[in-house]
Design a protein around this ligand. Structure first.
Ligand SMILES: Nc1ncnc2c1ncn2[C@@H]1O[C@H](COP(=O)(O)OP(=O)(O)O)[C@@H](O)[C@H]1O
Ligand SMILES: [Mg+2]
Length: 283
């Protein structure tokens, strides 16, 4: 870990997105080492205030058994290191290392994390804000390439369109360990069941039209159907970025503005003048 980010550096990191486990920040400063990078900062559940001692157990006993073959993973001293080792040692052999970005853990001070959390506060989706906060006990964060822009500086003047798809599990399980009362798992995708649950709990106004089995079917017609469904109900499964700025989909993954189409100028700024605008899709 060559560098340490301190409170002075916090102003250079802007909100890029977040999932259940990490806050993702984009770099807007001028350090050549950091341009084109994002920082993944670990979050914790607000309801689970853990002590430093509890944090030392990264893997439960069962997890240690499952991952015992990869000693570097179970010996990881932080979540960031575990995440990186998982990407490099588990995912790379499966998907080819050229498709995997493990990132580099770097040191961050508590003051950096506090400032960053304060700065991005208003941009975070309320429901995420309510549930999670930056893990202030963490001493490191994962630095990796920003995959929504070209990594090479020489392509600065080019237009970069990045498409993010979260495909979800694209096959049905057939394990003999699935109990009779859970047999529905063999015919209905986990994604579909989760959508119906969210719908019945009032979290979404309609279940997603997307079916992971279509996208991964190998059939041209079904793949087209999956893509059409992603456009119609993108939720957190589909986003399009222009020069690193979101132009289609939702950062918060909600269905609140499910067909959000942003207009952006060529530098990716949203809300630019009409002449500069590229209309990606009209609703
Ligand atoms: N390396 C990256 N480059 C660009 N955007 C990223 C990168 N990593 C994450 N993001 C953005 O941040 C969002 C949340 O990241 P994600 O990895 O899903 O977080 P979590 O680990 O909490 O699930 C993604 O949906 C994506 O839009
Ligand atoms: Mg995620």
């Amino acid at each position: 870990m060559a560098i340490t980010l301190t409170s002075d550096d916090a102003k250079d990191w802007i909100y890029k997105g977040e999932g259940g486990a990490n806050l993702v920040l984009g770099y807007c400063g001028s350090s050549p080492f950091l341009v084109g990078k994002v920082l993944r900062v670990h979050k914790v559940l607000r309801s689970e205030v853990q002590s430093v001692i509890e944090r030392k157990r990264l893997f439960s006993e069962c997890e240690q058994l499952v991952w015992g073959d990869i000693p570097q993973l179970v010996k990881s001293t932080s979540k960031e290191i575990a995440e990186q080792v998982f990407a490099v040692q588990v995912m790379s052999p499966l998907l080819d290392s050229k498709h995997i970005d493990g990132g580099v853990p770097i040191f961050v001070t508590k003051e950096f994390l506090e400032s960053v959390e304060k700065n991005v506060h208003t941009q975070r989706p309320p429901w995420r804000l309510h549930a999670t906060e930056v893990d202030l006990l963490s001493h490191s964060a994962l630095l990796m390439s920003d995959h929504s822009v070209f990594s090479s500086g020489s392509l600065k003047d080019d237009v970069c369109v990045a498409v993010e798809i979260k495909p979800k599990c694209g096959f049905l399980p057939s394990s003999k360990f699935i109990a009779k009362q859970n047999a529905v798992k063999k015919s209905v995708t986990r994604f579909r069941m989760h959508q119906l649950l969210k719908f019945h709990q009032g979290e979404i106004s309609q279940p997603s039209e997307y079916n992971p089995l279509d996208l991964l079917s190998g059939s041209r017609e079904q793949i087209n159907q999956a893509i059409a469904a992603l456009f119609s109900t993108p939720y957190n499964n589909f986003r399009i970025f222009l020069n690193g700025s979101l132009i289609f989909g939702n950062l918060d993954g909600s269905d609140s503005s499910k067909n959000t189409v942003y207009s952006a100028n060529q530098s990716g700024e949203i809300g630019a003048s009409i002449e500069d605008q590229i209309k990606v899709r009209s609703t």
